[in-house]
Design a protein around this ligand. Structure first.
Ligand code: CMC
Length: 432
């Protein structure tokens, strides 16, 4: 059973149509309570209704804990602040996927494997030629990841999972960097085994054959921090998509490709690109940020303050706090003065004092300051969400693997409440 590892603590009572039903209540390791409704329909004929899944636990998971009220985010029990300060992206990836901090030998082996699988098949380069140079890199990324299953056809659901995980993490940065090179019409730069994961990605993006390019340490560290902060966030839209697709026993590459598409949307990972575009628009409009605060409050305007609000965080997003401090540091280390950072700070200051935002518990989320850092380290705007995808990859993989290893896990198949026409007879065309 998928519930075997949960503790049954109490029983809730449901009164429906004058009949009483018992609902088991499970408690997680941080005290979160979930009512088990798996037998609800067969026993009562009713289903639950929870549009947007705001109150639905779709699985039990031991990977990431979030307390949105207290602004807590932990990967496998380790606070995000400690990981951001002391770890690196590859170590965090290992932690998320395998459940423990790696030993020195495990980490060296993991790094060795990631560097030795980072080339993509030369035939795959032909795919890039088929895309117009205006193609959004997220579309290219998801297509290329999906096509990995054609190059590793042995990669079915029951394949050598560890090998495919290694292949995917190793190759995603090459795929991402090649799509950038394609978009600017430069020759591809091949991966280098002597660089860190973030260093290699930056090298493949920014090196040109005519010059010696050394990745600046401050840039490499800033990118690594961003990747760590994005690495997992429990059952968000893209991760749930990966689990949804994987629940049909689709292979790893197909499942992750679907997750990339889900991340692309402006309400999810695509918000980082939207934030910068919004800040640029405000700047072009005379930096009148107060006008945009008013627009965000006016429902008729359909304008949202991008990078603000979160389904789970209701006091602050701990990732945004780390990034706000990091933005100051990185920009000053690089000697970059970005007027967009001033606009962002002003927007935040005004919004945090405004009853509209206070009542709705709307705070800057991870995407509010990430774009400012990406810009400062030279990442083009349309690559921001690709960076998010690279960061989120180990989280997606950890969830796909956890689901696969959960005994009794079932295919995802929600129900609905039908609101359409009741039965009616077909009308011949000439009588309509
Ligand atoms: N600007 C103005 N009003 C907002 C905003 C915003 N950014 N976000 C939420 N609201 C209002 C919303 O209109 C609603 O008001 P009312 O109660 O009067 O109808 C109220 O706040 C609650 O919002 P919601 O849309 O019901 O909240 P949700 O949990 O369904 O959506 C969200 C969460 C993140 C999609 C939403 O806050 C949003 O669209 N934010 C902007 C996009 C964004 O920054 N997305 C990145 C999220 S963090 C990265 C990630 O993990 O993907």
């Amino acid at each position: 059973m998928a519930n075997d590892h949960l503790t049954l603590t109490e029983t809730a009572k449901l009164l429906l149509h004058s009949k009483e039903y018992d609902l088991p209540a499970y408690t997680g390791s941080e005290g979160e309570v979930g009512l088990d409704i798996t037998q609800l329909r067969s026993k009562t004929g009713a289903i639950t209704f929870d549009s947007g899944y705001g109150n639905t636990g779709s699985c039990a998971s031991a990977i990431t804990f979030i307390d949105g009220e207290k602004g807590i985010l932990r990967y496998r029990g380790y606070p995000i602040e400690e990981l951001a300060k002391n770890s690196n992206f590859i170590e965090v990836s290992f932690l998320l996927i395998f459940g423990h901090l790696p030993s020195k030998t495990e980490l060296e082996r993991f790094h060795f494997n990631l560097t030795h699988h980072s080339l993509i098949h030369e035939e795959m380069k032909k795919f890039y030629e088929g895309f117009p140079s205006s193609a959004h890199p997220m579309g290219i990324l998801s297509s290329m990841v999906s096509s990995l299953s054609a190059f590793y056809p042995e990669a079915g659901y029951n394949a050598d999972v560890e090998l495919n995980i290694t292949r995917l993490i190793a190759k995603l940065k090459t795929i991402a960097a090649f799509s950038y090179k394609k978009s600017i019409g430069q020759p591809y730069v091949y991966p280098r085994n002597d660089l860190s994961y973030s260093g290699d990605l930056l090298h493949m993006m920014f090196a040109v054959p005519s010059e010696n390019y050394e990745v600046p340490k401050v840039v490499e560290e800033a990118l690594d921090l961003l990747l760590i902060l994005h690495a997992d966030h429990e059952q968000n839209c893209s991760t749930s998509t990966v689990r949804m697709v994987g629940s049909s026993e689709a292979n790893l590459f197909a499942s992750i490709s679907a997750g990339i598409c889900a991340l692309w949307g402006p309400l999810h990972g695509g918000a980082n690109q939207q934030v910068i575009e919004m800040l640029e628009k405000i700047k072009a409009d005379g930096s009148d940020y107060k006008k945009y605060i008013s627009m965000a409050k006016d429902k008729e305007s359909k304008f949202k303050l991008m990078g603000f609000g979160h389904r789970v965080y209701k006091n602050f997003d701990p990732r945004a706090q780390i990034l706000k401090a990091s933005a100051d540091k990185v920009l000053s280390q690089l000697g970059v003065k970005d007027p967009l950072l001033d606009i962002a700070r002003n927007l935040e200051e005004v919004a945090l004092k405004d009853p509209f935002f206070i009542e709705r518990k709307l705070y800057p989320n991870v995407d509010f300051y990430s774009g400012i850092i990406y810009r400062a380290i030279g990442i083009p705007t349309n690559m921001f969400t690709v960076m998010f995808a690279l960061g989120r990859l180990p989280g997606w993989i950890a969830h796909w693997k956890e689901m696969r290893e959960t005994p009794g896990a079932r295919i995802y198949r929600p129900r609905q409440i039908y609101t359409g026409e009741t039965k009616r007879s077909f009308i011949q065309l000439e009588k309509r």
